[in-house]
Structure formats: structure tokens, C-alpha cells
Design a protein around this ligand. Structure first.
Ligand code: NAD
Ligand code: ZN
Length: 235
């Protein structure tokens, strides 16, 4: 069903990084690492208690230094090198896809490693030892305060026109490790279907939108992906 010429778009969520030791989000009762989402993942939360939000993301940023990509991330690199038309869209803010070697990659919900200036919008990777502590950091261009380069609830996801174009053109759409709760990402399945794509889901638990997949594989991404990618790339 997949050959070198097949146009494939993949959407990943927190589930693909779970086997690397990064906790998912909804799995734990709507809490993200013991915090309510409204507290740590909204502009209102940042305005109300910037110290708490800053420390929350500093912990997530420090964790990046302790985790490694898993066999699921690596399998997607294999698939990308086999295909001529491939786009990986991730909701994840960790850097495990790029560290595994993925190239054609969009972080629609932002990234942990870079920070963004609240004043001038300057974005810079700040992962040195002196960037990972409790103190707020300032912009190297204008001295403004840096904030997480993360798309919070109520903010606009990044690169949407490019993603929508790819969804309209793809022949196979695969969603991996995502609960189907968070919009607009949960809608990508429907957009791809509407344009005639064959749709495949891979998830530990059946996601919210499970009935809309043409094929659904239940289990761990790190176990299923290497297997099916090998099958696709050798047939
Ligand atoms: P989610 O936490 O809502 O859902 C994760 C899904 O992955 C669940 O349905 C679960 O059954 C499944 N899952 C768990 N372990 C799995 C495994 N080993 N293999 C396959 N599936 C597995 O995640 P979401 O849909 O991505 O939405 C969460 C939001 O929170 C995103 O916007 C994301 O930006 C953010 N977030 C990111 C990270 C990260 O970057 N690693 C981690 C937590 C939350
Ligand atoms: Zn600035």
C-alpha cells in the first residue's frame, strides 16, 4: 500500500515519546506533570504566575538532556529516507524527532529548546547550563523577557497553511500516539479523509476519533512502528 512514490503525512503526539520516559498529558487525568493545563499551558496562566510557569518549562527543558529517541522515532527516520514525499507534523515540544534524524518536520505546538522574546519575538535556542535554572532569561537583542516558545491553549498553532496544504495532497495519513482531544490537530484526520487519503492510527489506547481510521493498530509505537515500517520499505 505504501511505495516510494506515496505521499505520506504523519502526525505524532505525546505517545511516541512516552517510551523515552516523557510523560503524556491527558493520560494522567487532564494533568500535565501534576499541574492543571490552565495553570501551565495558557497565556492567562503565564500572566497570573510567570514564576510557576517558567519553572515548569525549565523542568521540561532540563529533562531533554536526560532522554533519548526511541525505536518509534528511529522508524520514522527510516520511513522518511525511503519516501519521496514525506512530512512529519508533531504536537510534541520535545526534540526527539530531530535528534533521531527526522528532517522534514514541523513542530505545530512549538518547541522546548528555543525560547522567544516577549517584546521583539526573537527566537533562540537556549540550552546551555546557565539557561536552565530558575531565573528568567532576557533577550540578546532587546533585553525583553524570554518566554517558552510553546503554543499554549488559546494561541495559534504554527505553520498551519503548510500543514493544511500537505494534508490536502497526501495519499496516506498516519496518526501516532495522539489522543484526538486537542484541536486543530484532531481534525487533521478528517481533512486528509475528505481529500481521499487512506488513514492509519497507531495508539496505546483507542483515541477519541478511532472510528474514522481505515486501519487502527493498538499498542506501543516503539514496538509497532519498526515492524510496519520494515514491511512497507521492503515490499
Ligand atoms: P495526549 O497525552 O493527549 O495523548 C497521548 C496518547 O498517546 C494517548 O492516547 C495514549 O494512549 C497514547 N500513548 C501512550 N503511550 C503510548 C505509546 N507507547 N505508543 C503509542 N501511543 C501511546 O497527547 P497529545 O494528543 O499529543 O496532546 C497533548 C498535548 O500536550 C500536545 O499539544 C503536546 O504539545 C503537549 N505535550 C507534549 C509532550 C511532548 O512533547 N513529549 C508531552 C506531553 C504533552
Ligand atoms: Zn527581544
Amino acid at each position: 500500500m505504501i511505495s516510494k512514490e506515496t505521499n505520506v503525512v504523519i502526525l505524532t503526539g505525546a505517545g511516541i515519546s512516552a517510551e523515552s520516559g516523557i510523560r503524556t498529558f491527558r493520560a494522567s487525568d487532564g494533568l500535565w506533570e501534576n499541574h492543571r493545563v490552565e495553570e501551565v499551558a495558557t497565556p492567562e496562566g503565564w500572566a497570573a504566575n510567570p514564576e510557576l510557569v517558567w519553572n515548569f518549562y525549565q523542568q521540561r527543558r532540563r529533562q531533554l538532556l536526560e532522554v533519548e529517541p526511541n525505536s518509534g522515532h528511529h522508524a520514522l527516520v527510516e520511513l522518511e529516507s525511503y519516501l519521496e514525499h514525506f512530512l512529519l507534523v508533531t504536537q510534541n515540544v520535545d526534540d526527539l524527532h530531530e535528534r533521531a534524524g527526522s528532517n522534514n518536520l514541523i513542530h505545530m505546538h512549538g518547541e522546548l529548546a528555543p525560547l522567544r522574546c516577549e517584546e521583539c519575538g526573537h527566537v533562540e535556542i537556549m540550552m546551555d547550563e546557565n539557561h536552565l535554572g530558575e531565573n528568567f532569561l532576557t533577550c540578546n537583542q532587546c533585553e525583553g523577557r524570554m518566554r517558552p516558545h510553546i503554543v499554549w491553549f488559546g494561541e495559534m498553532p504554527m505553520h498551519m497553511p503548510e500543514i493544511e496544504k500537505a494534508l490536502a495532497e497526501c495519499e496516506v495519513f498516519i496518526a501516532i500516539g495522539t489522543s484526538g482531544h486537542v484541536y486543530p490537530a484532531a481534525n487533521f484526520l478528517h481533512i486528509a479523509r475528505r481529500h481521499g487519503a487512506h488513514t492509519i492510527g497507531i495508539n496505546l489506547d483507542p483515541p477519541e476519533n478511532v472510528y474514522f481510521f481505515d486501519e487502527f493498530f493498538q499498542g506501543k509505537a516503539g514496538e509497532i512502528l519498526p515492524h510496519i515500517v520494515e514491511k512497507w520499505t521492503t515490499e
